[in-house]
Design a protein around this ligand. Structure first.
Ligand code: UDP
Length: 465
């Protein structure tokens, strides 16, 4: 029977894409293995259509990966992970009669997912966020308060810098009440029970988090499984271009427009698969961009929701599109981000700090403005600014006043940060640092580099586990 690795991502487009990259990496180094991907039904936002076009496009490339769809579920992401655990067990049972399954790799571990097949977790965000989750059970026992109410309390443990306050914790665990907090508490314990944790980062990018985690310091009351930092794993620009998440027309429009711009002259603004702004915020961004006088490529989503096409003429200030015609390109809903970041005309990236986006920018040496919106992005943004030093933060008046979450960011702040990034000394320093990280990312994957060694160790553990 053929030796196989089964991959099972959480129900999110970004997890699916990252998991497919892991599958490609395995096939590249171990072509004798087969890869089966168990695809959960996605939440009914842009992820559903983006994921199905992504998979059908991938199938056309002839990549030898098989996709098996789990039953459709119309429930919340958290319920879906719990319910799917049982569907995954059924699928594994069926597959075991035709394949020798060496390992299950999942970004949706769950206590219900109990199997004798060695189970590895794939953590698709940064090592610093992983350090936080490993330490979460300990933090939980140290206080009865919600992290959101601990604005003055540092997250004081080895693995994270002590200037991070508890209120910068990932959004789903900010409040102790509610299902997402308990979901992640149990997620932490599933991580610790796995045979190993694969992380999409590389040692040089996050030394403060990686070393203590590997030494077990972040989970003082448990045995930490081996940690494999095998990043950066990003989708190749070619695959993004073929994905009809961005149609061929959009891709060629964006690239043709970038081809006409000077080197490093364009600031790119894109806020992930779910970054939706209010109409008021879209107007402030537009005014700030126009005042900055810099060239821009900006992806605008409709404030009405991810499946609605934005009405640009209504959303943007009067005459904006006409006035900025020579300087900017506004793209509706979705753009081929990877191909754009890779283009030499792009000089800076305003990002929501989703980890795939950060790794893409780091891999192409593009400095960033960090504008966190949801999930663990607040934590990512602090790490990007203060530890990795590849970004400057955007700050709203509310956040400046009391350290609370970003509220409305005014046009002047957008203008100031774009100028800092694109023309001031801060931007030049950031660019140097980003280029250094790009070189370090390449080195991590060169022969004997930290990520290629970790990957080799991971594969050996499958063979000898
Ligand atoms: N993406 C894209 N075009 C868009 C928005 C997002 O290609 O207009 C891609 C982006 O390149 C990244 C992924 O979608 O690979 C988003 O993942 P990330 O972890 O950055 O953010 P999330 O969407 O999970 O918040």
């Amino acid at each position: 029977m053929k030796e196989t690795i089964v991959l099972y991502p959480a129900p999110s487009f970004a997890h699916l894409v990252s998991m497919v990259e892991l599958g490609k990496l395995i096939l590249q180094h171990q072509p004798h293995l087969s890869i089966l991907i168990l695809v959960p039904s996605m939440p009914s936002d842009h992820s559903t259509s983006a994921s199905s076009s992504y998979i059908s496009d991938l199938s056309l490339t002839g990549i030898p990966m098989s996709f098996i769809y789990l039953p459709s579920l119309q429930v919340s992401v958290f319920d879906s992970v719990a319910m799917n655990a049982l569907n995954v067990l059924d699928a594994l049972k069926t597959l075991s009669s035709s394949f020798t399954i060496l390992a299950l790799v999942t970004s949706a571990p769950h206590e219900n997912l109990k199997t004798h097949i060695p189970t590895f977790c794939y953590f698709t965000s940064c090592a610093s966020a992983l350090a936080f989750f490993l330490y979460l059970p300990t933090l939980h026992n140290q206080t009865n308060k919600s992290f959101k109410d601990l604005t003055e309390t540092p997250l004081n443990f080895s693995g994270l810098p002590n200037f991070l306050s508890a209120s910068s914790a990932p959004e789903p665990v900010l409040s102790r009440e509610g299902p997402s907090y308990h979901f992640f508490l149990s997620f932490a314990s599933s991580l610790l029970k796995s045979k190993g944790i694969i992380v999409n980062t590389f040692n040089f990018l996050e030394p403060r988090a990686v070393e203590p985690m590997k030494n077990g310091v972040c989970a003082p009351n448990d045995q930490t499984p081996p940690i494999f930092c095998i990043g950066p794993l990003i989708t190749s620009a070619r695959d993004h271009a073929i994905s009809s998440s961005s149609s061929e027309d959009e891709t060629s429009n964006c690239i043709a427009w970038l081809d006409k711009q000077a080197n490093r002259s364009v600031v790119f603004l894109c806020f992930g698969s779910k970054g939706v702004f209010s109409e008021a915020q879209i107007k402030e961004i537009a005014i700030g961009l126009e005042k900055s006088n810099h060239r821009f490529l900006w992806v605008v989503k409709s404030p009405l929701g991810l499946d609605t096409e934005p009405k640009l003429e209504e959303l943007l200030p009067d005459g904006f599109l006409k006035r900025t015609k020579e300087k900017g390109l506004v793209v509706k809903s979705w753009a081929p981000q990877n191909a754009i970041l890779r283009h030499e005309s792009v000089g800076g990236f305003v990002t929501h700090c989703g980890w795939n986006s950060v790794l893409e920018a780091v891999s192409y040496g593009v400095p960033m403005v960090a504008w966190p919106l949801y999930a663990e992005q607040n934590l990512n943004s602090v790490i990007m600014v203060k530890e990795m030093k590849v970004a400057i933060p955007i700050i709203s008046e509310e956040a400046a006043r009391d350290g609370s979450k970003l509220g409305l960011v005014v046009a002047e702040e957008v203008e100031r940060r774009v100028k800092e990034l694109m023309e001031f000394e801060e931007g030049k320093i950031l660019r140097q640092r980003s280029l250094e990280m790009k070189a370090r990312a390449i080195a991590a994957w060169s022969s004997g580099g930290s990520s290629s060694t970790a990957f080799h160790d991971l594969v050996s553990s499958w063979k000898h586990g």
